[in-house]
Design a protein. Structure first.
Length: 98
């Protein structure tokens, strides 16, 4: 192999090595960015999970309150029925509430 060919291969080898070194550096930078992004995403997911748990607790509290309200409504309806029966028994005209 003559000197020109050897030099051409040496230049080509150097170019390829620089290219691979640049790729390795880019890859390392991308990994660092990716790890940082994943950590940030994990924090966001944790925040969303925390919010969802609080929303679930709030909804359960509301469900309990609604059950209590529904129970009171039944008691009120029962009391109104009894009042109507007493009024009927006494011959009183029921007064309509506005």
């Amino acid at each position: 192999m003559d000197e020109t060919t050897k030099q051409a291969f040496a230049d080509l080898t150097a170019t390829v090595e620089r290219g691979f070194a640049a790729l390795a550096e880019d890859n390392a930078n991308l990994r660092t960015e990716l790890k940082r992004d994943i950590a940030a995403l994990a924090e966001q997911v944790t925040g969303v999970e925390r919010d969802l748990k609080q929303i679930k607790r709030d909804l359960n509290e509301l469900a309990d309150k609604i059950e209590n309200i529904a129970g009171y409504r039944k008691e009120i309806d029962h009391a109104l029925d009894r009042i109507a029966a007493i009024e009927s028994h006494l011959g009183l005209k029921p007064k309509l509430a506005a």
